[in-house]
Write a protein that binds this ligand. Structure first.
Ligand code: AHR
Length: 509
């Protein structure tokens, strides 16, 4: 098949910085729902499981993504969850109805099991407290259990349950999506802020070193968006460190009455950027209004493609097959743009967690004796392992194409990082066109790299191509021949529907 070709230029200056990149942008989210925990990260019935019930094959793939922070235990689940159900001898833990997903929760995987999992993975835990059915006392008790040295009721109970040392969990979410009528214990914005401020007070009295994250709107289509955000920030901006954003995108996009539209879908970074700008503005407005000196960062703690498997009814079974979205090439290109948005907005976005990590809208799918990496696995792995140091403010000139949902969109989506200390640079490039190749001229305005060290590309002609247990490697990122550097200029051809990562090395500072 022959394609037409367009041209673009990317000008790079290693001192034109957006911000330092927070490593916590590369986080995940594990909820007790569907087969994320049970049959996902914890699967004692699998012939592959170790003595703790963890799957080494799953653990290996998770480690390849290099998650820095992991949100747990929900999600909607947390708003009906009693944390004390998940501690103590497994044989004594209660079976309960998990109302959020109409499932049965066995509590065989609980608090200590998650902390073991996070330790093995080398990731920081980010714990959500229940502000639905849970009280502010429950939230404070949980901080006591997790973080206090022994000598009090709950810290002694932790020691009795096998962990004498405090866990020292630093990041805490004050509830989940409390703006949503579907949420167990849903509240309006002033009521949520009042309850969350009181929870925050008690939790910080228990451990002043913790960092708190308040609930923002669950998506930008909510009728209360962005007033919920403004109200909550005005009332509690001084009590929190981060403010959460959630969004899921699809083809067709959320709230679009028209059918699938791949050109618009592939321009989704317009949505991610405008939602970020709105929340960043609400944060600044609340800060000014409160005459506050406190900076609040954005914690985008649920983001992903999700629109096919939307039925969340577990029919009261254990580990039901719900939200098992299969991702294709176009989804991976959208995920790559989302990660590029995090770099372009690195001055305000400080934490981000893809929802979720295994089986449930996830980069990894398992069955009892096998697993495969979905298409979206690859951009996550690329950004998490190679974006470091500072995010660079690139000058991008590329053809603009009209899209139905977002108007004009540049054919090239680009972001870059540069770590002056190590001299490592990384460029992340998506050619959004379904038909046109793009010849990209890379121009370094100050320091030219000494050379390119590695590059990968994923792409293909079929935006719907995907992986499966039968064809686990149908769509992957493969290494590419490195472009030649001519002084400060290099040229690279990006095929249509492709995502490219290019690493360079500069003389270290
Ligand atoms: O990630 C799946 C669900 O999406 C979460 O439980 C909830 O917070 C969101 O609506």
């Amino acid at each position: 098949m022959t394609h037409s070709t367009a041209a673009a230029t990317v000008s790079i200056h290693t001192q034109r910085l957006i911000s330092e990149i927070s490593p916590l942008l590369f986080g995940g989210f594990a909820e007790h729902m569907g087969r994320c925990i049970y049959e996902g990260i914890y699967d004692p019935a699998s012939p592959l499981a170790d003595q703790r019930g963890f799957r080494p094959d799953v653990m290996k793939a998770l480690k390849e993504i290099n998650y820095r922070i992991m949100r747990y235990p929900g999600g909607n689940f947390v708003s009906g969850h009693r944390w004390q159900d998940g501690i103590g001898p497994k044989s004594e833990r209660p079976r309960r109805r998990a109302l959020a997903w109409r499932s049965t929760e066995t509590n065989q995987f609980g608090l200590h099991e998650f902390m073991d999992f996070a330790e093995e993975l080398g990731t920081l835990p980010m714990w959500a407290v229940n502000l639905g059915t849970g009280s502010i006392q429950d939230a404070a008790d949980l901080v006591e259990y997790m973080n206090l040295p022994t000598g009090t009721h709950f810290s002694d109970l932790r020691a009795k349950n096998g962990h004498a040392d405090p866990y020292g969990v630093k990041y805490w979410c004050l509830g989940n999506e409390m703006d949503g009528p579907w949420q167990i214990g849903h509240l309006d914005a002033p009521s949520y802020a009042d309850k969350a401020v009181e929870a925050a007070k008690l939790m910080k009295w228990m451990d002043p070193s913790i960092k708190l994250i308040a609930c923002g709107s669950s998506n930008s289509g909510m009728p209360t968006y962005p007033d919920w955000d403004r109200t909550v920030l005005e009332r509690m901006g001084d009590h929190i460190d981060y403010f959460s954003m959630h969004y899921y995108v699809g083809n067709p996009a959320m709230n679009s009455s028209d059918g699938p539209d791949t050109d618009s879908y592939l321009a989704s970074s317009a949505q991610f950027e405008s939602q970020t700008d709105t929340i960043a503005a609400a944060i600044r407005l609340a800060k000014a209004k409160n005459r506050s000196k406190k900076d609040v960062g954005i914690c985008w703690d649920e983001w992903n493609v999700w629109y096919r498997e939307v039925g969340g009814d577990g029919a009261w079974s254990e580990a039901p097959h719900i939200l098992e979205e299969v991702y294709n090439l176009e989804d991976a290109l959208v995920v790559a743009q989302w990660l590029s948005t995090f770099l372009r907005k690195a001055d305000v976005i400080k934490i981000a967690c893809i929802a979720q990590i295994v089986n449930v809208i996830a980069p990894i799918m398992t069955k009892q004796d096998a697993m495969f990496r979905q298409t979206i696995f690859y951009p996550l792995m690329m950004f998490s392992n190679h974006a470091s140091g500072d995010s660079l403010d690139l000058l991008v000139k590329a053809p603009i194409h009209d899209t139905r949902l977002y108007g004009g969109a540049a054919q090239l989506d680009a972001s870059a990082s540069f770590d002056a200390a190590s001299g490592k640079g990384a460029l992340f490039l998506v050619n959004r066109s379904q038909t046109e190749s793009l010849t990209v001229t890379l121009k370094w305005e100050d320091l030219a790299p000494q050379g390119f060290t590695q590059g990968w590309q994923m792409g293909g002609h079929d935006p719907k191509a995907h992986n499966s247990f039968e064809s686990p490697d149908a769509v992957t990122a493969h290494e590419i021949a490195l472009p030649t550097l001519d002084g400060k200029v290099a040229t690279l051809v990006l095929p249509p529907l492709s995502f490219t990562t290019l690493l360079s090395s500069h003389a270290p500072a």
